[in-house]
Design a protein around this ligand. Structure first.
Ligand SMILES: *Cc1c(COP(=O)(O)O)cnc(C)c1O
Length: 389
């Protein structure tokens, strides 16, 4: 059989199971209103929680840096691609997170792969929440360490596994805010447990930075965990920061180990310097413009109040990620299509991104949404769910 004939059955099966994925073509910047495939929508599906992806100051910094440094970084960090903008952003991220140092990666996926593989190998053990982001699960599997998944946010289940473990190096890995559920990991208890069992705690806080903590310092700030309690802290720049890339924050020894050994750091081109420059400005806005977090909290509260009045069963989330679990993939698609026909975009998330029978609408909020946007979403959701019971 040729390539195409070989691939066809799996594609057909995905379609039959209502799990086939399609991309929309976005024609505008990210924001509460977007144009996609020629139509205008009210959008509740981006991770641009603070509305910084299209912020004039962030754009201006990007343009200025492009004028000075050009577009491509031209090389990996270790060869010749590590520029002044990257370096200053790292120093600012270290100060922001209260860690000794921070290291930029070209994406969150690469950061997670690089860190876990640099820290663990055969004979070691990695313990992951079963709802962790795919990049963390992939990294754990690829690391060669003994890979164990514990029940979601279940510290008792993790404790039993840690007690049974004999590995030299033990790494406990969780999302700070779970990307498809919006709930927060019990990091205070996880940090204490890790300490008792001489395990290291790694948190991927892609969705916590900017949204949680007094200055947007994310879960680490929310729980008040310092570098000793939470030694491996990962953040991404593609969500609330509104740019792209990622960083790891921690001790001098951790960062030097990553520079020496993390293959996804060493063997990839550095981010464009203009992305680093734009991220420096978005970091300032994220830390200082508290009204964005307050606005987000008000929108989330409004949505949850309205949803309760409609009798919708939302997940247990205080973050901008609000899942409405419908279970069935076909129903989830039908409800999302109903909303789309009426000018509202939400994420329709199906297996294998989420566990079987837990297909859901993933509704996300941004500081740029209006109260009216939320009310209209709620009215349409009420309508859609009675139509597709
Ligand atoms: C988005 C995300 C990533 C990946 O980050 P990218 O920079 O998009 O590669 C990693 N972890 C979590 C929890 C995420 O939500």
């Amino acid at each position: 059989m040729n390539l195409e004939q070989t691939l066809a059955p799996a594609l057909a099966q995905r379609q039959a199971e209502h799990l086939y994925r399609r991309r929309r073509v976005l024609e505008t910047a990210q924001g509460p209103r977007v144009v996609a495939d020629g139509k205008t929508f009210s959008a509740f599906c981006s991770n641009d929680y603070l509305g910084l992806a299209n912020h004039p100051q962030v754009i201006a910094a990007f343009k200025r840096a492009a004028d000075s440094y050009g577009v491509g970084s031209g090389a990996s960090h270790l060869i010749a691609g590590h520029g002044r903008e990257h370096h200053q952003l790292e120093e600012q991220l270290a100060a922001f997170t209260g860690r000794e140092r921070a290291l930029l990666f070209s994406s969150g996926y690469l950061a997670n792969l690089g860190v876990i593989k640099a820290l663990l190998g055969r004979g070691d053990a990695v313990y992951e929440d079963r709802l962790n982001h795919a990049s963390l699960l992939d990294a754990g599997l690829l690391s060669g360490a003994r890979f164990q998944r514990f029940r979601h946010n279940d510290t008792g289940n993790l404790q039993r596994r840690l007690e049974a473990g004999t590995a030299q190096r033990k790494l406990v890995v969780v999302d700070g805010v779970f990307s498809m559920d919006g709930d927060i990991a019990p990091l205070d208890r996880l940090a204490a447990l890790a300490r008792r069992h001489r395990a290291w705690l790694m948190v991927d806080d892609a969705h916590g930075f900017g949204c949680l903590g007094e200055n947007g310092g994310g879960c680490a700030q929310h729980f008040g965990l310092d570098q000793r309690q939470l030694p491996v802290l990962v953040g991404t720049l593609g969500k609330a920061f509104g740019t792209c890339g990622a960083f790891v924050a921690g001790s001098e020894a951790l960062i030097e180990t990553l520079i020496q050994y993390a293959r996804t750091y060493i063997y990839t081109t550095a981010l464009p310097p203009a992305v680093a420059a734009a991220s420096r400005v978005s970091l300032q806005l994220l830390m200082t413009e508290h009204w964005r977090r307050q606005r987000l909290a008000a929108l989330i509260a409004r949505f949850r109040r309205g949803a309760a009045q409609l009798g919708l069963q939302l997940g247990d989330s205080v973050t901008p990620i609000q899942p409405l679990i419908l279970g069935d993939a076909r129903r989830t698609l039908a409800v999302a299509a109903f909303l789309q026909q009426r000018g509202v975009l939400v994420g329709a998330i199906r297996p294998p991104t989420v566990p079987a029978h837990s297909a859901r609408l993933r509704i996300t909020f941004s500081a740029g949404h209006l109260d009216d946007d939320v009310d209209r979403l709620l009215a349409l959701l009420g309508d859609a769910l009675s139509r597709y019971p």
